[in-house]
Design a protein around this ligand. Sequence first.
Ligand SMILES: Nc1nc2c(c(=O)[nH]1)N[C@H]1C(S)=C(S)[C@@H](COP(=O)(O)O)O[C@H]1N2
Ligand SMILES: [Mo]
Length: 366
Amino acid sequence: MQAAGALAVLRSGVAHGGELLLRHSGAPQQLATPLEYFDRAITPSRVFFVRSHFGPPGLDRTRKTAFDGMVTTPLTLDVDELRKSFPEVTVTALLQCAGNGRALHKPRVPGVQWVHGAMGQATFTGVRLRDVLTKAGLSKDAQYLRVSGADAPPKPTVPAFMRSLPIERAMDPTTLLAYRMNGEELTLAHGAPLRLVVPGWAGDHWVKWLVSVRAEKEEDGGFFMKTAYRMPTEPIEPGAAVPPEKMKPATTFPVKSTIARPDGEKRPVGPQEVTGLAFSGVAPIASVEVSIDDGKTWAKATLEGEAGVGRAQVFRYRFDKKEPGRVKAMARAKDKKGNLQPESPAWNPSGYFWNGWHAVEWEVGS
Ligand SMILES: Nc1nc2c(c(=O)[nH]1)N[C@H]1C(S)=C(S)[C@@H](COP(=O)(O)O)O[C@H]1N2
Ligand SMILES: [Mo]
């Protein structure tokens, strides 16, 4: 079941029109996608999760983004100028918050108590960041891009959201400056007019409402790089404190599968189908296995769609249930680098990257 404790179901219009999102907090809105939508490759925009630290700035489709710092020719461009100057590309990628699944870590970790719904897959259309950086004449000495948006913290003592993206990742051909999502103009909730798309990397790198991309020598020294979004460099005891020098920025998300359905429903005796999404930020998916006997045996699910790093594929497993009774199904995925989804993942102080086996139960009646 998706609904845990404080989750309230919200009939939207509040976020961006349409359907049911699960509300984790109201101001700023943190909205989760209901599990049942993970039975297809593309998560509809109207139910796509929303996460931001301070909430959106005003909508300004003519807002310009400055590309400056260690470049020979600083550029300041809006969406129209970007699309006129560079080839347009579309990528399909899974956007997942580092904190997705935080509620499932034990011991409990403070922060938004996301269960499964802080993720979604969409097509993102825009221009390659590397094309713009090349035109700006990026210096060979630049190591990071300091990326920030137009959203402001509630008071001046609170640091503004930002990310330092390593140049190597910025120059990857899948890293986009996107202005369209699922074939439509990007909405304000998802970063309009322009956001970063970093397939395979956790959602925090996908900076929304872009205003500034600055090439620098060093990683930013402030709160968002040096305190937030960091993972232990080696395994630690659950609940233990980790010294800062044993933490590094959280980047790629690990291999995971999430079951969309059935979940808590009643089904007739006969053919049953378990469906969900599988993905890894490190390598394409190699296989998904499903167990209906509490992990004693596992059977291969079928995979649909194109495989890719940071790209979710739909999996399906069919079996026959001849007698009425309760069924529990679990899924586990493996990626092409041989990484296996763990039964229960390593605890970490911020509750990131939970990727344990997902189990669902349902009733088969006569
Ligand atoms: N400018 C800005 N960009 C941001 C954020 C933010 O607070 N401000 N939140 C980040 C985080 S933590 C996530 S998980 C994703 C969520 O993207 P979505 O709301 O489109 O799903 O946006 C990222 N980009
Ligand atoms: Mo996030």
